[in-house]
Write a protein that binds this ligand. Structure first.
Ligand code: ACO
Length: 422
C-alpha cells in the first residue's frame, strides 16, 4: 500500500489524502485544501526546497554520497576535477572526457588583467580575502556580459568552466594582496591543487612545485567540500539563480553566505577555541563549562549528521599525512583530548554530538601556513562546483522564482499621522 498522510481542515471537516513520495509530501496538495494557509517553517527546518539528484546524506548513519558514490571512495581514488565533473554531469568521466575537462579548466585559470590591476588593487591594504573574493566573483559578470544568456548551452558551459577555473586564481590573488605580496600567474603545467599552492606561496623561484603530499591533501579537502546538498550557500545560489541572474552574480551570493561564521567560518572558531583552551590539562574544565552552557564545543554537532560526520573521519587521516610534512600542529593534542573526552561524555553522546568536518580542517590549513582569514576562501574554491551543479539542475527543472510567504505579525491598517501631530 502506498504511504500517505491525511490532512483534515477542522473548520470545514474536509480532508485530503497526500501521498508520501521520496520521503516528502507535496505542498501543492496542501494548498489545494488550505489556500492562503502558509506552512510556517523558519530556516527551512522541515522544508525540502528542491528535488535533487546530486548529493545524498543520511545524517543518522553518517553517510555522504555524490551521485551515488560514497565520499570515502571518492576521497581515496578520485581527484577534485573528476569530482567536479561528476557533480555537474552526473557520471564519472572516461579518460578522454577527463582529459578534455582538465584541459578546459586549466586553460581558463587566468583572470582579466583589469580584474587584478584595477579591481583587486583597489581594496584597502588589510581587506579580508573572503570580502575580496565575494566582490571579485560578482565583478566577473561585468567582464563576461554574455553570461546573462543562461539558457544557451554553450555559453552556460563556458561560464561553468571559467568559474571553477578562476576561483583558485582569485582566491590566491586575494591572499597575496591582503599580505602585500605580488600576484602570481597560474602555471598551466601544474595540477589544479598544485597550481593553487603555487599561486599562494611562490616567491622568487621560477617554478613552485608543492610537496605532492600537501597538494594531494588539498585536493582531498576540495573533494570533501565540493558539495553538501541544500546547505545555506547552495540555497543562496538556487534562490538568486531562480531570478535568472547570471552565474557570477549567483555564485557571489553563495560565497557571501559562506562568509558567515555559522557556515564557512566554523573551522576558524575551532582554532580560536583550541588556542583559548591552551593545554591538555585544561580540557576537562573546558568540557565542564560547555556542559554548563558557557559556549559550544566548536567543530561538534551538525544540523543533519547525528553521527560522526563521514568527512571528519577522512580529514582526521589527512591531518596525519600533512603533519608528516609540516610537523605536528601543536594544537592537535588538545583537539584529540577534547574529542576523546566529548565522545565519552553522556552530554555529547545523548545529544548525538560528534566531530563535524570543521573539527580538523583548521588544524591542517594552519599547519600548511594558511592564515585563518583564508579558511572560508578555501571552502569556496571547491564548493563552486557544487553551487554550479545545483544551479544547472535548478534551471533544467524550470523552477519558478523562489518567493516564500510570511505570517504577518505587524500592526493593522492605520492612517498616516502628520509630523506636527506626532
Ligand atoms: N557543543 C555543545 N552543545 C551543543 C553543540 C556543541 N557544539 N551543538 C549542539 N549542542 C547542544 C545544544 O545546546 C542543544 O542542547 P539542549 O537540547 O540541551 O538545548 C542540543 O545540542 C541541540 O542543539 P541545536 O542547536 O538545536 O542543534 P542545531 O542542529 O540547530 O545546530 C550546529 C547545529 C549549529 C552545527 C551546532 O551543533 C553548533 O553550534 N556546533 C558548533 C559550531 C560548528 O561546529 N559548526 C559547523 C557545522 S559544519 C559546517 O557548517 C560545515
Amino acid at each position: 500500500m502506498a504511504e500517505s498522510i491525511t490532512i483534515t481542515d477542522n473548520r470545514s471537516g474536509e480532508s485530503i489524502e497526500v501521498p508520501i513520495v521520496d520521503g516528502g509530501v507535496s505542498a501543492e496538495e496542501w494548498s489545494k485544501l488550505l489556500p492562503g494557509i502558509w506552512f510556517y517553517d523558519p530556516a527551512f527546518m522541515t522544508t525540502a526546497a528542491a528535488e535533487s539528484s546530486i548529493t545524498y546524506i543520511d545524517g543518522d548513519a553518517g553517510k555522504l554520497e555524490y551521485r551515488g558514490y560514497p565520499i570515502e571512495q571518492l576521497a581515496e581514488h578520485s581527484s577534485y576535477l573528476e569530482v567536479a565533473y561528476l557533480l555537474l554531469h552526473g557520471e564519472l568521466p572516461n579518460a578522454a572526457e577527463l582529459e578534455q575537462w582538465t584541459h578546459e579548466i586549466t586553460y581558463h585559470t587566468f583572470i582579466h588583467e583589469n580584474v587584478r590591476k584595477r579591481f583587486l588593487e583597489g581594496f584597502h591594504y588589510d581587506a579580508h580575502p573572503m570580502g575580496i573574493l565575494v566582490s571579485a566573483v560578482a565583478a566577473l559578470s561585468t567582464f563576461y556580459p554574455e553570461a546573462k544568456d543562461i539558457f544557451d548551452p554553450e555559453i552556460r558551459y563556458k561560464q561553468i568552466i571559467r568559474l571553477i577555473a578562476k576561483m583558485p586564481t582569485l582566491a590566491a590573488a586575494a591572499h597575496r594582496f591582503s599580505v602585500g605580496m605580488p600576484f602570481v600567474y597560474p602555471d598551466n603545467s601544474l595540477s589544479f591543487a598544485a597550481n593553487f599552492l603555487s599561486m599562494m606561496w611562490k616567491t622568487a623561484e621560477p617554478r613552485f612545485d608543492a610537496n605532492p603530499a600537501l597538494a594531494r591533501a588539498v585536493d582531498v579537502l576540495f573533494i570533501l567540500h565540493a558539495d553538501h546538498e541544500q546547505n545555506c550557500s547552495t540555497t543562496a545560489m538556487r534562490v538568486v539563480g531562480s531570478s535568472h541572474a547570471d552565474p557570477y552574480s549567483s555564485c557571489a551570493a553563495a560565497a557571501a553566505a559562506l562568509y558567515g561564521p555559522r557556515h564557512g567560518g566554523a573551522n576558524e572558531a575551532v582554532i580560536r577555541m583550541l588556542i583559548e583552551i591552551g593545554s591538555m590539562e585544561n580540557v576537562p574544565d573546558f568540557i565542564k563549562s560547555v556542559k554548563e552552557g558557557h559556549g559550544r564545543l566548536q567543530g561538534f554537532g551538525h544540523r543533519v549528521y547525528k553521527n560522526y560526520d563521514p568527512r571528519a573521519k577522512i580529514v582526521r587521516n589527512v591531518a596525519y599525512d600533512v603533519f608528516e610534512v609540516t610537523g605536528k600542529n601543536p594544537l592537535l593534542d588538545i583537539a584529540l583530548k577534547l574529542e576523546e573526552a566529548a565522545l565519552a561524555d553522556d552530554y555529547f553522546v545523548s545529544r548525538k554530538l560528534y566531530p563535524n568536518v570543521d573539527f580538523f580542517t583548521g588544524l591542517i590549513y594552519q599547519a600548511m601556513g594558511f592564515p585563518m582569514e583564508m579558511f572560508p576562501v578555501l571552502f569556496a574554491i571547491p564548493r563552486t562546483s557544487g553551487w554550479l551543479a545545483h544551479w544547472v539542475e535548478m534551471l533544467d527543472q524550470e523552477t519558478k522564482i523562489a518567493r516564500p510567504r510570511q505570517l504577518y505579525t505587524g500592526t493593522a491598517r492605520r492612517d498616516y499621522v502628520p509630523l506636527e501631530n506626532r
